[in-house]
Design a protein around this ligand. Sequence first.
Ligand code: SAM
Length: 160
Amino acid sequence: MSPLTLTPIGVIRSPHREAAGAPIQPAYAAAEGRVIVEPAYAEALADLEGFDRIWLLYWFDRARPWMPRVVPYRDTRTHGLFATRAPARPNPVGMSVVRLLRREGRELVVGGIDVLDGTPLLDIKPYVPAWDAWPDARAGWLDARRAAREVADGRFHREE
Ligand SMILES: C[S@@+](CC[C@H](N)C(=O)[O-])C[C@H]1O[C@@H](n2cnc3c(N)ncnc32)[C@H](O)[C@@H]1O
């Protein structure tokens, strides 16, 4: 496969400075963050205010090299990487549904951020319940709920 080139469209600001202690999903996150979009893309934010929640797609820029099997935060057993949301991925793309609290020009104030400060932003999409929510879907090993952890440690973080 040919390599792809991605250019960040902005940056995500958050109070989370390091992996250890950061929430593992927006569902467990209370903190507010800011999504700062580069001026070249500001016009593309038009009409986003009507959405309660948005998808953020971003690059886990501080993740350790990927591993085919991992022990995810919500279990004590090993699982295939692609059956998890672990940050250490071949293409370390993260996705978070966050609350859109308000827009201030080319900045979005969001609630429930599970992203580290300074994370490169790749894309923004509206969250549409009719398309994105399937509450009765099976969730594989997560349905067994072997670990109730809600914050990360350093296991997927790269060595400094
Ligand atoms: C388990 S991941 C889930 C992220 C996203 N909601 C998803 O499902 O793709 C969340 C953890 O990723 C780590 N993280 C967040 N931003 C990161 C970054 N820029 N580089 C490396 N790790 C990051 C933090 O430790 C955070 O607790």
